[in-house]
Design a protein around this ligand. Structure first.
Ligand code: TYM
Length: 330
């Protein structure tokens, strides 16, 4: 059976981008593949969270994984730092990751621009740790959103380079995967670019947002001054609202606003009101399950323990084999 690995950073609650870009694939894949889904807490340290926040965020994301329908009996759900073998593989892969290629990574350049006072080595080698996460279980498929495509390319690069260097055919070539075919990019509410936790207040709708917060965010979403003439093209901001609608609204609703845009009768206020209610309808049952899970201490602990055990067994084997290949047998 093919092996699947993916993770989500523990920098806060999951938003609709995480859900439709990654989680929806996790939920479907757990029934068909040998899946490892983790909470990337090592990765989240690049932004220096306070210890209490780190703890809270990891538990929150775990409660959200379970609330979305991930089942610890079907897939291996674990916390990245519960499997420290990944840190050793990361160290070993760092030896053949080059400064030039790491500096060229889009995410590094973006982060360096956003946090100029904290351009740490963890940020630079972030793609190496990510490659270690994936290669640790010798995955062939990695369900991720479009923004992670380049990281997957780098993972293949590091794995292939290791194979060549030691003249082995050890690591398989993992590919970024989406059930629907093309990788997904869920837009944010600010009129430009993707939905993301670090894209500014109000850009992302979280699975844990209350109904009122969702209404406020959506009503403030950027639109434009309306179609100038029948059948005029849509601006990016309005295209984004339609893209979000496509995720949570019924076909009938989408058709209605599509037609209204075409014949210039559209009122963005009405469209946003409808979008907010459809998001609330989608999110409410998930949020209720998150709340239940957060109250159930033993559920979270049991899930972490089962995952840790299964992930370490797989990780131990890989790291032992990699040490052997490298020649660490004295
Ligand atoms: P992170 O935590 O930023 O995002 C988690 C997953 O959600 C997807 N995603 C999106 N998809 C579509 N549209 C969006 N607006 C959107 N925002 C986020 C991301 O593509 C991702 O799949 N580096 C990773 C975490 C990670 C990882 C790994 C993933 C660490 N190691 C190994 C896969 C395999 C990250 O920061 O994702």
């Amino acid at each position: 059976m093919e092996t699947v690995v993916s993770g989500i950073r523990s920098t806060g609650n999951l938003h609709l981008g995480n859900y439709f870009g990654a989680m929806l694939n996790f939920i479907r894949m757990q029934n068909e593949f040998n899946c490892f889904f983790f909470i990337a807490d090592y990765h989240s340290l690049t932004t220096h969270p306070k210890p209490a926040d780190l703890r809270r965020n990891v538990r929150q994301v775990l409660a959200e994984y379970l609330a979305c329908g991930l089942d610890p009996a079907k897939s291996t759900l674990y916390v990245q730092s519960d499997v420290p073998e990944v840190a050793e593989l990361y160290l070993l892969l760092n030896m053949n990751a080059y400064l030039g290629e790491l500096e060229r990574a889009t995410t590094f350049k973006e982060k360096a621009r956003k946090q100029p006072d904290n351009i740490n080595a963890g940020l630079l080698t972030y793609p190496v740790l990510m490659a270690a996460d994936i290669l640790l279980h010798k995955a062939s498929k990695v369900p991720v959103g479009k923004d992670q495509e380049q990281h997957l390319e780098m993972t293949r690069q590091f794995g292939n380079r290791f194979n060549r260097m030691y003249e082995v055919n050890y690591f398989p070539e993992p590919v970024a995967f989406n059930f629907g075919g093309a990788l997904v990019k869920v837009p944010g509410l600010d009129g430009a670019g993707k939905m993301g936790k670090s894209e500014g207040e109000g850009n992302a709708v979280f699975l844990y947002d209350s109904d009122d917060v969702i209404r406020k965010k959506v009503m403030r979403a950027v639109s434009d001054s309306g179609p100038a003439a029948p059948d005029s093209p849509r601006s990016e901001a309005v295209e984004n609202l339609f893209a979000l609608m496509a995720l949570v609204s019924t076909d009938e609703t989408i058709r209605f606003f599509d037609q209204a845009y075409k014949d210039c009768s559209i009122r963005y206020g009405d469209m946003k009101k409808q979008l907010a209610e459809d998001m609330i309808r989608f999110i409410t049952p998930i949020r209720e399950r998150i709340e239940d899970n957060l109250r159930d201490e033993s559920l979270l602990e049991k899930a972490m323990a089962i995952g840790r055990e299964k992930a370490r067994t797989s990780a131990d084997k890989t790291v032992a084999e990699v040490r052997e290949i490298i020649g660490m047998r004295y």
